[in-house]
Design a protein around this ligand. Sequence first.
Ligand SMILES: CC(C)(COP(=O)(O)OP(=O)(O)OC[C@H]1O[C@@H](n2cnc3c(N)ncnc32)[C@H](O)[C@@H]1OP(=O)(O)O)[C@@H](O)C(=O)NCCC(=O)NCCS
Length: 136
Amino acid sequence: METTITKIDKEKAWKLRHKVMWPDKAFDYIKLEDDHLGIHFGLFKENMLISVISLFINKEECQFRKFATLQREQGKGYGSMLLDYVIKEAMDCGVKRIWCNARKSKVDFYKKFGLQETNYSFMKGGKTYVIMEKDL
Ligand SMILES: CC(C)(COP(=O)(O)OP(=O)(O)OC[C@H]1O[C@@H](n2cnc3c(N)ncnc32)[C@H](O)[C@@H]1OP(=O)(O)O)[C@@H](O)C(=O)NCCC(=O)NCCS
C-alpha cells in the first residue's frame, strides 16, 4: 500500500484530530492556540489522510502533540511510521530533546520509540497524562 508523509496545513490536521480524538466535543475544542506556530505532518495512504501529528519547536526542544490515526487504520503501523519520521525531522532541525504529554494508556507505545516517563503527570478532560521525553 503506497504511503507518503508530507507537511500539511493546520486545517487538515484539525479535521482528523476532531474525528479521532474528540468527536463528541465542538470542532474548536481540538484547535490549539499555538497551531499557527506548529509544523503539521500527515501520512497519506492512497491520497487519503489517515494519520496526523504536530510539532512545536522551541529552540532545542520539540513537543509533539495531537497524534491521531483514523480508527479503522489504527494498529497497522502507520502511526509508528509517522512518529519515526517526525523524530528524524526534529533531529535534522537540530532539536536536542523531544517530549510529549502522553495519555497514560499510550506510555508503552511511546517507550518503543525510546521516550521515557518523567515524574510529571496531570489530569485533563477526564484523562491522565504523563510527560515523556527523549534526548536526541
Ligand atoms: C496513538 C495512535 C496515534 C497510534 O497510531 P497507530 O497508527 O494506531 O499506531 P501503530 O499502528 O503504529 O501502533 C499501534 C499499535 O499497533 C501495533 N502495531 C503496529 N503495526 C502492527 C502490525 N502490522 N500488526 C500488529 N500490530 C501492529 C503497535 O506495536 C502498537 O502497539 P501498542 O499500542 O500495543 O504499543 C492511535 O492509536 C490514535 O490515534 N489513538 C487515539 C488518539 C490518541 O490516543 N492519541 C495519542 C495521545 S497521547
